[in-house]
Design a protein around this ligand. Structure first.
Ligand code: HEM
Length: 474
């Protein structure tokens, strides 16, 4: 196979082992075809192949070379060197502009520096009251469903994370649940459009995408979303400018993201457009990832009764039978935190991240070529041999002794690592811990995580088999 050998050896930097099934001209592009359930199976196979080949393999998708990395050291080098996102993210530009998730180069760097303080621990600690009150609403909604057979928790949990994100972003609770649900639906539809565009290479260019009506669909979704949030942003912006910010009216005792960013606005750090983009980015980045993670955690807890009982005992000991959770409690819920981390290790919410290789990048055994793309396989990293021979098993105890964890875990791959890792990690962990503690204190959960089917749509969505059964503890 002359062309295969040429591809591997041409240019200054030979490629790592190629993923099987390379075809002339189209390379591996066909492996992207099919629905997003198939895409997840493909991604898992790629992870396995990468792990079997020292953690770095290559593939040819479209006209580009892709590196798939599951070796921890190489992944860290790639994450810290390749700071610009894969072109897939540009499909979200119309939706999120140049917010942190999609931003590039200096623009991203400047925003990241300025927004750091908005996601700091003292800020997040003030959101604890929101997470507590939203968790209680979630409990009531679970309560109404107990005794009615198995329940798919997605909608209930989506409401918890969406309402929490909305409150911490905009500083008010939604007074119209239907509108929020529609916001959520619009976001889901937008992500599905992006995935469709990524999988079908003929939709990459604007011409066919527009011709087939997808651009119009996108515009309508954006218009709808802006209809919901523009008024809030403008009202609060003028309140802020007139120095009328107070805790009365719709305001609350914490500093929502909108206030924090408006404070920066007064120093001319952001334009109006940039504020809107960062607010939508925070909403989108927060609500779905946290919702999926919470579903995964409940599934794992429900599948491992002994783990659940140990958690229950810890929660009862730290919190007692009914009071709200405070920041001191969060520190003490050590086993609960271990269960959360282990659940997200075994079933990663974001199984892979994609970056552009803008200059040659030296890995341990290979050099990634300028102009190629690299996929850091978080799912592969979570199964790497550095976790030990039981990497495939669900063992929350592994998190209790940091000495036994792989070195790279210090930065926790679930939230990615390096300079572009998740800025909302503390927010997410706080929200998850509070919701989980409230739920486990009140309900016995039964589930079977082995039955769950997933779709890969940037995040990993459970689509069937993720029903749980809830029984009130007392
Ligand atoms: C369990 C929930 C979450 C998970 C699993 C998660 C995961 C991730 C991952 C893997 C990335 C890196 C993407 C990449 O490198 O391409 C990321 C980035 C990001 N996350 Fe999260 N995230 C979660 C919650 C949140 C929350 C609650 C917020 C905001 C309140 C947030 C805001 C962001 C932002 C703004 C970025 C982009 C950072 C940058 O590029 O500088 N995330 N997240």
């Amino acid at each position: 196979m002359y062309w295969r050998t040429r591809l591997l050896e041409s240019e200054a930097h030979p490629l790592p082992p190629l993923y099987p099934g390379l075809l002339p001209i189209i390379g591996h592009t066909y492996i992207l075809l099919g629905d997003t359930s198939k895409l997840w199976l493909t991604l898992k196979k790629i992870c396995d192949y990468s792990l079997q080949h020292e953690g770095v393999i290559s593939a040819k998708l479209g006209f580009q070379i892709y590196y798939f990395i599951s070796d921890p050291e190489d992944a860290l080098v790639a994450a810290n060197t390749c700071l610009n996102k894969h072109f897939l993210y540009s499909f979200a530009n119309y939706w999120l502009g140049e917010g942190l998730v999609t931003g590039f180069g200096d623009h991203w760097h400047r925003h990241r520096q300025m927004l750091k303080s908005c996601f700091s621990l003292p800020v997040i600690n003030r959101y604890i009251e929101v997470f507590n009150s939203q968790s209680r609403i979630l409990l009531s909604s679970f309560e109404r469903s107990t005794g009615k057979g198995n329940l798919y928790p997605t909608e209930h949990i989506n409401t918890y994370t969406l309402e929490s994100s909305y409150a911490t972003t905009f500083g008010k609770t939604a007074n119209d649940e239907t509108t929020l649900q529609q916001y959520m639906k619009a976001t889901d539809e937008m992500v599905s459009l992006m995935m469709k565009r990524f999988q079908k290479f003929w939709l990459h260019g604007d011409f066919i995408y527009t011709l087939l009506g997808y651009k119009k669909q996108e515009s309508e979704l954006v218009k709808f979303r802006d209809g919901i949030t523009d008024e809030i942003i403008q009202t609060k912006s003028s309140f802020f400018n007139e120095s009328k910010l107070n805790t009365k009216s719709t305001y609350v005792s914490y500093q929502p993201f909108l206030h924090l960013i408006l404070e920066q606005h007064t120093k001319n750090a952001f334009t109006d457009q940039e504020i809107t983009e960062e607010l939508h980015t925070a909403m989108v980045a927060a609500y779905e990832t946290t919702s999926i993670s919470l579903q995964t955690i409940l599934l794992m807890i429900g599948s491992f009764p002994k783990v659940q009982e140990r958690m229950y005992e810890e929660i009862l000991q730290v919190l007692g039978t009914d009071r709200d959770i405070d920041k001191e409690d969060l520190r003490k819920l050590i086993y609960t935190e271990a269960v959360i981390k282990e659940s997200m290790r075994v079933v990663p919410t974001s199984p892979a991240i994609a970056r552009s290789v803008d200059k040659d990048v030296k890995l341990k055994n290979y050099t990634m070529r300028t102009g190629s793309q690299c996929i850091i396989l978080l799912h592969g990293l979570h199964r790497h041999s550095s976790w030990g021979p039981d990497a495939d098993q669900f063992k929350p105890e592994r998190w209790l002794d940091p000495a036994t964890l792989p070195a790279y875990v210090a930065t926790d791959a679930t939230f990615s690592f390096g300079k572009r890792s998740c800025i909302g990690k503390t927010y997410a962990m706080t929200s998850l811990k509070i919701a989980v503690a409230h739920i486990v204190r009140k309900f016995i959960i039964t589930a079977d995580y082995t039955k769950v089917q997933y779709q890969y749509e940037i995040t990993l969505h459970p689509v069937s088999g993720h029903d749980i059964s809830l029984e009130r503890r007392n």
